[in-house]
Design a protein around this ligand. Structure first.
Ligand code: ADE
Length: 241
């Protein structure tokens, strides 16, 4: 997968050199380039923002550097899926991460201040898919932290990136539920024991316990997820839980 990130703070993306993403880049599974938007400014102050049309607080990113950046990075005919992190975007979910992991080329446009002039996104939509995505119902200073999160969520789903692909099948959100609690050794710590069933070696009982815990947790913490499950996702034993 090819990934391009356009930002006024390239240093913010430094963590993408670390850990499993760093390894995936070195292994050639992911090719990731971070571009400084100011490369496409031409004034002495390398200006990227200006006051909002119509008045109001804050600054908006001017369209010209963005237009030039996208022209330079996407000469065509191949185009990326352009993702624009924004608190006004559609919520980013695991299902979306799965879809994005199958795409050959993603580009991220990191807005700062009060966002990017809308004409940039409208013009880009004429020649490539554009999605505004939100990490959640809160406001960050800019898109960079969202890019870190989205790139991590997406790249770990690409075959070869994660050491143990089996862990993908068991994690939260894979089946629409939150994951059951996890334990390791020692069996007893500080007066607290690992649940007995997990020490039983009885695979079917362990699976049932994990499923029940996932259902209970989801009901307590995310009733919206439980309500959204299709009827056939719950079996008879689930309904007894
Ligand atoms: N930029 C600012 N806030 C954001 C959010 N909640 N999600 C994605 N990008 C953002």
């Amino acid at each position: 997968m090819k990934i391009d990130v356009i930002t006024v703070f390239p240093e913010y993306l430094a963590p993408l050199d670390l850990s499993l993403i760093g390894r995936a880049r070195r292994d050639g599974i992911v090719s990731l380039d971070v571009h400084d938007l100011r490369r496409w400014t031409h004034d002495i102050h390398r200006t990227v923002d200006d006051t909002p049309a119509g008045g109001g607080a804050g600054m908006i990113m001017r369209p010209e550097p963005w237009g030039e950046a996208l022209d330079a990075l996407v000469p065509g005919p191949e185009v990326p899926h352009l993702l624009v992190p924004s608190p006004a975007g559609v919520p980013f979910t695991q299902a979306q991460a799965v879809r994005l992991a199958a795409e050959p080329w993603l580009a991220f446009a990191c807005g700062r201040y009060e966002g990017i002039d809308q004409r940039v996104l409208d013009a880009a939509s004429d020649r490539m898919p554009v999605t505004e995505v939100s990490l959640g119902d809160y406001v960050l200073f800019g898109g960079e932290v969202a890019v870190l999160a989205i790139v991590e969520a997406v790249t770990r789903l690409i075959p070869g990136v994660l050491g143990n692909a089996a862990s993908l099948a068991e994690e939260s959100h894979n089946d629409g539920l939150l994951e059951a609690p996890s334990y390791t050794k020692p069996a007893s710590w500080d007066g607290r024991d690992v649940p007995e069933v997990l020490m039983s070696g009885h695979h079917a009982r362990i699976q049932r316990w994990r499923r029940d815990q996932a259902l209970l947790r989801t009901a307590q913490r995310r009733p919206d997820l439980l309500a959204a499950l299709p009827k056939e996702a719950l079996d008879r034993a689930d309904r007894r839980c």
